[in-house]
Design a protein around this ligand. Structure first.
Ligand SMILES: Nc1nc2c(ncn2[C@@H]2O[C@H](COP(=O)(O)OP(=O)(O)OP(=O)(O)O)[C@@H](O)[C@H]2O)c(=O)[nH]1
Length: 347
């Protein structure tokens, strides 16, 4: 049986997840979508909003706040759903998991990798994150869950752009792009987004093309130099004429490692193994294309927290400049330790 694609929908409280999902369910004609709702408490308001007919299967998970490494309730639900599909008692093409606005998407994502049964049945297609244009800045300032949701995303939607002016939207987009330069960002007016930006993104697929734009971080000298001084870095309270260049000291940051030299495979493995032991909980996403000594093929590498994996990609094309680039997105990651350590792993 083909793997069942799964999408995780995150975003802080009230950011418009249900609105977007409802819209998607209406538009995704011809596809049967099983929705797993992860709510706090017993209130299942969203179910009433979402169920239009019996086209969708809505499953409610009630214990929202779980801080362990995988979501046991989610694991069980996914296993049961797959079993019903196998037996033919329930037909569906894909699963969408709407997380509570207070959830850290990490354990939800890890459920797809850490449990063999789930990993063999499902394909985690992508994590979609909504950011509220009106309240997003404040939520990102105050709540680490909100920052993690941005860090994990494969695609970011800014909702409620209609409630603020263009400069505010632009500033917010700029901010989230610095936190996560890997994910495309677009606005979503009441969940109105193209289905192509929602399904089959294959953000977690090791073979997927890597849509990292590492140059973004270098374009204007912001973002990853939290403690350096730049023309546009401002002390708190200082007036800023350029709202879109205001430097936020977000703890979710990203940086890129690049080298033309090949990696020494054993050294790299040892180093990354050691690094994730220490910093794994802070490493939200990391992903890259590596040039490995002794291999004529690209190595596609990615990880979530302590879990990492690599896959052989296509051959380096004749005349193509071999090189490695890796992007790290995490919370207060020791950039220098990582960059210097990686440098030591080069052959
Ligand atoms: N003005 C405006 N309002 C929006 C937009 N998207 C959603 N809303 C409204 O924002 C409110 C919250 O939207 P929901 O879709 O319930 O948000 P949610 O993320 O599912 O909320 P929780 O499940 O409580 O975390 C609703 O009143 C929506 O109608 C938008 O693009 N513009």
């Amino acid at each position: 049986m083909a793997l069942i694609p799964a999408t995780i929908l995150t975003g802080f409280l009230g950011s418009g997840k249900t609105t977007l999902l409802k819209r998607v369910l209406t538009e995704a004609h011809g596809q049967k979508i099983a929705v797993v709702e992860n709510e706090f408490g017993d209130e299942s308001i969203d179910n009433e909003i979402l169920v239009r007919d019996d086209q969708e299967q809505i499953i409610q998970l009630n214990n929202g706040c779980v801080c362990c490494t995988i979501r046991e309730d989610l694991r069980t639900t996914l296993a049961e759903l797959a079993e019903k599909k196998r037996k033919g008692t329930l037909a569906f093409d894909r699963v969408v998991i709407e997380t509570t606005g207070l959830a850290d998407p990490g354990p939800v994502a890890q459920t797809f990798f850490m449990d063999d049964e789930i990993a063999e049945t499902y394909l985690l297609d992508s994590i979609l994150t909504l950011v509220d244009a009106k309240h997003g800045d404040q939520q990102l300032d105050a709540r680490q869950e909100a920052r993690r949701q941005v860090g994990f995303a494969d695609q970011i939607f800014v909702s409620k752009a209609d409630l603020v002016d263009g400069a505010t939207v632009e500033a917010l987009i700029h901010r989230v792009k610095h936190m996560n330069p890997r994910a495309p960002v677009r606005t979503a007016n009441f969940g109105d987004v193209p289905l192509a930006d929602v399904f089959d993104l294959r953000g977690f697929n090791l073979n997927a093309k890597l849509d990292i734009d590492p140059d973004f971080l270098n374009d204007d000298g912001h973002g990853h130099h939290g403690h350096d001084h730049h023309d546009h870095d401002h002390a708190h309270g200082e007036h800023c004429d350029h709202p879109h260049h205001h430097a936020h000291d977000d703890d979710v940051k990203s940086f890129v490692f690049r080298s033309d030299k090949a990696f020494h495979p054993a050294k790299l493995e040892d180093f990354l193994g050691a690094i994730v032991q220490v910093y794994g909980p802070k490493m939200l996403r990391y992903k890259g294309v590596l040039n490995m000594k002794g291999s004529d093929r690209k190595v596609i590498f990615q990880g979530v927290h302590q879990l990492m994996g690599s896959d052989l990609g296509p051959k380096w094309a004749p005349g193509e400049k071999k090189g490695s680039k890796l992007v790290f997105i995490g919370i207060d990651l020791p950039k220098d330790v990582l960059l210097q350590g990686l440098e030591q792993c080069l052959a």
